[in-house]
Design a protein around this ligand. Structure first.
Ligand code: EPU
Length: 428
């Protein structure tokens, strides 16, 4: 029976125990799409972005671009942006609160208008998530930064070239810096940059726009242009969505064919799944097959920047560890509070102990369906995975988190034979 609480957003009802079988097509990457859409602010010429997933975060980015004055059309995974009409430089609190990635407008707005006023993003459920590294690069480029009434107000008369070594490796920090410096004709050097495939996809776009960017190891040398051009680009496949389906196929003892992936971006995930006992056949550069059924071996995982094991796959792999034959250990090195799925998995019968940034997981024979709450995007995905393999019915609530980052997740799982239904919010 479903609990007697109220359901304020859509929820999923999952009947566990079906091995997933069949083919799934992976959507375009969320975390590549957002900065690429925002890079359009750097030019006055039209831009076309293809393979964009239809997600809450994509819709919020479009809303933000329209708020700034851009014309935007979104039709069948293709977005056309007309940025010549952009005439505002403020990202309001109401939008930044819904999507932290809104801070990515800082670099492009500074480049285009010499002014950016962006609501302070604050912390979020997975950690403090400071943006000090973004601001340090802007300051080095000559920006004058003040914080007023909850907003970061930046002025930059002329973009000066920068030489900066990031104190921590940051994905959006690297992206913001690359976008700003792509508008500077003189040579800038950024060291200790993030090399995530999503960052590299943005680099490809900035090159198409006319910036000369050379990357070696963790160093980028940038020679930008004052007149950046419009671009046309197809976004890379979402490696985290792919990883989530790979875990699902193995976890349920199924046989899943993934298409539209970039196998080269999945190295650490493939390695860990093989270590856990998954049978993985690489069929081409863009497709692979995952099979399970012979048990799950315990794992030792430590999250790291790319090419290391992604923090965005940590929660999903924890579900595997919950059912492994032995004791696993997961260390979360990127975010300080990314174990919120633990309490919910415990409600389903998992044996997990957390000490600081390390979780020790003792494999159990079974998980049992329960009512569980989503706390953040990837935590939600892990609860859906747990529901797919649990005995009985699982109700995953507050799935708006899931809708921020997974396109038609339940439909794709249904296509693989899962028993899962989305239900609208209701009062009980
Ligand atoms: N950090 C700082 N100072 C900064 C920037 C980051 O101390 O100026 C710290 C953060 O607090 C964190 C670490 O550095 O501890 C890494 O943060 P990073 O800046 O790399 O994260 P992000 O850019 O805010 C992106 C993704 C996240 C993903 C992380 C790590 C986007 C829009 N978001 O966030 O994706 O987890 O990189 O790979 O690209 C998700 O998709 O679920 C998600 C959270």
């Amino acid at each position: 029976m479903i609990s007697t609480t109220s359901y304020t957003s859509d929820y999923l009802v999952i009947e566990g125990g079906k091995p997933l079988k069949g083919k799934v097509n992976i959507s375009g990457s969320k975390n590549a799409s957002l900065p690429i859409l925002i890079a359009s602010i750097l030019t006055k010429e039209p831009c076309q972005v293809e393979n964009v997933p239809d997600l809450l975060d994509t819709r919020t980015t479009i809303e933000l671009l329209r708020h700034l004055g851009a014309g935007v059309e979104f039709k069948e995974e293709k977005i056309s942006i007309y940025p010549s009409s952009i005439n505002l430089h403020t990202a309001p609190d109401e939008i930044v609160r819904r999507m932290r990635a809104s801070v990515l407008v800082m670099g492009p707005l500074l480049a285009r208008f010499g002014r950016a006023v962006v609501s302070m993003p604050g912390g979020c459920s997975i950690g403090v998530r400071s943006i000090d590294q973004h601001l340090k690069v802007f300051e080095k480029a000559g920006a004058h930064i003040r914080v007023r009434h909850g907003y970061i107000d930046m002025e930059l008369k002329k973009v000066n070239p920068v030489e900066y070594t990031f104190e921590v490796i940051t994905v959006t920090g690297t992206e913001n810096a690359l976008m700003l410096l792509s508008s500077c004709e003189k040579r800038s050097i950024l060291r200790n940059i993030a090399l995530e495939p999503e960052v590299m996809d943005l680099v490809e776009v900035l090159r198409k726009m006319g910036a000369d960017i050379c990357i070696e190891d963790r160093t980028a040398i940038i020679r930008g242009s004052k007149e950046l051009r419009g671009f046309s680009h197809r976004v890379i496949p979402d490696r985290i969505e792919a990883g989530t389906f790979m875990v699902a196929g193995f976890l349920t003892g199924g046989d899943v064919l993934l298409e539209d992936v970039r196998v080269e971006h999945l190295g650490s995930v493939i390695e860990k799944l093989k270590e856990a006992g998954a049978n993985i056949d690489i069929l081409s550069l863009n497709s692979l097959r995952v099979r399970g059924g012979n048990g799950i071996k315990p794992l030792c995982i430590s999250t790291a920047e790319y090419p290391g094991f992604p923090t965005d796959m940590q929660a999903q792999f924890m579900v595997l560890c919950c059912l492994a034959d032995g004791v696993s250990e997961i260390r979360e090195n990127i975010f300080e509070n990314r174990f919120q799925h633990v309490a919910e998995l415990q409600r389903m019968g998992a044996d997990i102990h957390v000490r600081g940034r390390t979780a020790i997981i003792r494999g159990v024979k079974k998980l049992y369906g329960a009512d569980v709450y989503s706390t953040d995007l990837r935590a939600s995905a892990s609860l859906v995975l747990a529901g797919l393999v649990a005995e009985g019915k699982t109700v995953v609530k507050d799935i708006y988190h899931l809708d921020r980052g997974y396109e038609r997740l339940e439909e794709k799982f249904k296509g693989l034979g899962a028993v899962v239904e989305r239900q609208p919010p209701r009062e009980v």
